[in-house]
Ligand binder design. Structure first.
Ligand SMILES: NC(=O)c1ccc[n+]([C@@H]2O[C@H](COP(=O)([O-])OP(=O)(O)OC[C@H]3O[C@@H](n4cnc5c(N)ncnc54)[C@H](O)[C@@H]3O)[C@@H](O)[C@H]2O)c1
Length: 361
């Protein structure tokens, strides 16, 4: 494909925007033509770094002026729904929106409706599905290397919307995207008392209990019961053992351990994939990551545009992950199991906090 076949724009020139901008360099056919940030100085510096010609401080002006084919929505979550809808209405063929998809299911549905209406391919950036380690773990499960999959234990620090969204999304991926039948959850809202040295939207957490512009719990636990009988046990935030996107995967004839992310100092990050067969021997595996996950995801979007097919990070899949998070919150509020589909439009967490009804405070 000739460079410039697909004209791309990034909205939000922050940490993750940098990853998107880098990926556009590596995906054939794409050309990053414009970037937007409310902070004009940040935007200009970012454009200089990535050799982008045009900068905007207002996303609507950019969408009208550029009519980009591909839009990356890289702002904090409270803006994901409105910016995604605006990009669809401006005729973008692909919107790659950052996780978490939105703040609640009403917003997620608004995004899906807009994308269907305009024929836009909406993707939610749970890019770890394109990480060689998790992809290899999924293949081992699919090929029966651990017999029948029975249970997935997933661990991540942070909070359910910000970080648990990757954890739940990967759990669904590892189990072949089988539907979730029901969710049982608990949350804790204690004072964690740490300040993340990297920022990551947590600096204000101890004062406001907010991260990335929305409320967040300090810890969450979840049980997901999948339609195929597989169970998942999730540990999130202060209730998690050390690790980020770290999994213990049990089957009838073996076990896989995979994760966490290869970098990061605060938590235990093993960055490993190993397989225990029924013989009792562990095998260390080192699958090759041929390009970074975001680049692979972007290449796959181009392939869907050119040749059709589905994308692993589809908006529908993003919504299914969002539904599980909202069901976990609802279970914590109602103190009972929640059966899916769960269509409640608002965030039970936000409502619980507003009503002063958080169970463990
Ligand atoms: N997929 C991943 O692995 C991953 C990793 C990190 C962050 N994220 C997600 O990416 C999103 C952004 O996180 P971040 O860490 O990059 O945040 P950030 O604070 O570093 O960057 C956000 C940028 O958006 C800009 N902005 C705010 N309002 C805007 C508006 N109306 N129009 C244009 N720009 C605006 C800000 O000025 C800032 O530069 C969050 O949803 C976060 O959860 C995803």
């Amino acid at each position: 494909l000739a460079t410039g076949t697909y004209r791309a724009a990034v909205i939000g020139c922050g940490k993750v925007g940098r990853g998107h901008a880098g990926s556009y360099r590596n995906a054939p056919g794409t050309d990053l033509v414009a970037v937007v940030d409310v902070n004009g100085a940040v935007c200009k510096a970012f454009a200089g770094e990535f050799g982008v010609e045009r900068t905007y401080v207002n996303p609507v002006d950019m969408l009208e002026g550029e009519k980009p084919d591909i839009v990356s929505v890289c702002t904090w979550p409270p803006l994901h729904a409105d910016l995604t809808v605006a990009a669809c209405e401006a005729g973008s063929r692909v919107v790659l929106c950052e996780k978490p998809m939105a703040l609640n299911l009403a917003e997620a549905d608004r995004m899906l409706d807009a994308a269907r209406g305009s024929g836009t391919l909406l993707c939610i950036n749970h890019q770890r599905r394109f990480s060689a380690r998790y992809a290899a773990a999924r293949r081992l499960i699919e090929e029966g290397e651990i017999g029948e999959l029975t249970q997935v234990t997933g661990i991540c620090n942070g909070d359910a919307l910000t970080d648990g969204t990757h954890l739940i999304d990967l759990t669904r991926f590892l189990n072949g995207d089988v539907s979730i039948g029901s969710v049982f959850g608990a949350i804790e809202m204690s004072h964690r008392g740490y300040v993340d040295p990297d920022g990551m939207g947590t600096l204000e957490f101890n004062e406001t209990r907010m991260r990335y512009g929305h409320h967040a719990e300090t810890g969450a636990m979840g049980l997901l019961f999948f339609e195929n009988g597989v169970r998942a046990h999730l540990e999130i935030g202060i209730l998690a053992r050390g690790g980020y996107q770290r999994f213990f995967i049990d089957g009838t004839e073996g076990r896989i351990e995979v994760g966490g992310d290869p970098t990061g100092g605060r938590t235990e990050n093993e960055g490993r994939l190993r397989l225990l067969r029924s013989s009792g021997d562990w095998e260390e595996l080192e699958p090759v990551q041929e390009a970074d996950p975001m680049t692979l995801s972007l290449r796959s979007m181009i392939s869907v545009l050119e040749d059709g097919g589905d994308h692993l990070l589809s908006g529908e899949s993003g919504r299914a992950t969002m539904e599980a998070i909202m069901a976990l919150y609802e279970s914590a509020r109602a103190r009972k199991i929640v059966h899916l589909p769960f269509d409640y439009p608002e965030s039970p967490l936000e409502e619980m906090i507003a009503a002063g009804e958080v169970p463990v405070n």
